[in-house]
Every structure is written in C-alpha cells, then in structure tokens.
Design a protein around this ligand. Sequence first.
Ligand code: ADP
Ligand code: MG
Length: 223
Amino acid sequence: MTENILVVKNLHKTYPGEIPLHVLKGVSFSIKEGEFVAIMGRSGSGKSTLLHQLSLLDNPDRGEIIVGNKELTALGEKEKTKYRLDSFGYVFQEYALLPEFTAIEAVSLPLILQHYPMKESRERARKMLELVQLGDRADHFPSEMSGGEQQRVAIARALINNPKILFADEPCANLDSETSRVILDLFRKLNKELNQTIIMVTHEPEEEEYVDRVIHMKDGILQ
Ligand code: ADP
Ligand code: MG
C-alpha cells in the first residue's frame, strides 16, 4: 500500500486588513507518495494561498501540515527554510528565471547555494536539462528561449534537489495550448518515470486528463 506523503488537517488562513479575508476555512486532505494531483477552482478561490501554505512559502493561522512523519507547522523559521530548500520544488506561472543566468547556471544554482562543488552541480544540472529535453540549450539565456523552453528550465531547476513534492502554480497559464501539452506531458513523464509526487494548481478543466486525481477548492474548503 502506498503511504501518504502529505497530510493536511483543518488548515485556516486569513489575510489581515480592514476587512480580514478568511481564505482557507478548514482545509483537510491527503496525498499519496507518487500521486499527481490537480487543485482546481475559480480564480480567487484560494488555490495559490493553499499552495503557499503547503509549500512553506507562508504561515497558516492554524492547522497541521505533515510531510512524511514531520509536522512542518511546528518547525521554526530557519528549519522551514532548510526544509524548503532540501525537500520541495517550485514551478510558477512566471518562470522566475533571472535574465543574466544561462539555463545550466539557473538549474545548478540551487546546488551551488547549498555548497555542492561546482563541477558536480553542473553535471547534475546538465542531466536535468537532458531530462526536460533541453540538453542543447544549456548555454542559452532566457531571452533566447521560448516560453515553453523557459518553463522547462524552471522545471529542471525545481527537480535538481530531488524534491519530495513538486509544487506547480498554474504552470501553463502563460503558454499556448500546444506548449501547455508539452509541459503537462513532461509532468506526467516525471510522475511516472521518477515516481515524482506533483501538486499542480490549475483552473483549466482540460488539464484534468493528465492527473491522477482532482481536488476542487470552493468557498475556502476542498470539495
Ligand atoms: P487563486 O490562486 O485561487 O486565484 P488566491 O489564493 O491568489 O486565489 O487568492 C484568494 C483570495 O485572497 C483573493 O481574494 C485574493 O485577492 C486574496 N489574496 C491573495 N493573496 C493575498 C495577500 N497577500 N494579501 C491579501 N489578500 C490576498
Ligand atoms: Mg492563483
């Protein structure tokens, strides 16, 4: 039987303000190791907010986030940062590539920042670029690549630390439908071949066919 890799219990998040916005109203669910799950819901329904809490980019007001046997909500800020770098990968709608770094520099940077030797970092980065079929683009800058290629560089970068969970927030929102299919096929391949657990936020119903399971977000809870 496959184990749960992520268990979320009764997660709440309110954005403060003159009129506080209660976005997550007791979200509970679990994800199994090796699952490819889509979180769907209308714009403004709180999908990104949920992903930010799960992936430790923000702190929920209450609730539990358990990955493996570790309760992440109990960690201090320093431990959370370390956990994020060691264990999570992120892909965003905007590829978030720095213009002055080539593809191989961008992909190796997370390892270099974690003090891996330069040579090993570049070798692993090159393998990752080959995995996303960009082996021939290693020395290209973002301005020399299409949107789909830039997103594949971002995916290679997200995978370089062998993340327990890959989080993707509307990764195809800036891409045409053909390029979106390339990216979704790549996620599917990574999921199948590497048994990579993936949690992807989307509001495109046609992306459902690529994933194992869809979780719907509405009115601050999952339905
Ligand atoms: P989705 O990703 O489903 O489109 P979001 O999680 O981005 O939705 O946003 C949910 C709600 O929270 C929206 O009403 C949005 O305006 C609001 N919101 C998002 N981020 C913040 C923030 N940092 N501060 C205040 N309100 C926010
Ligand atoms: Mg969003």
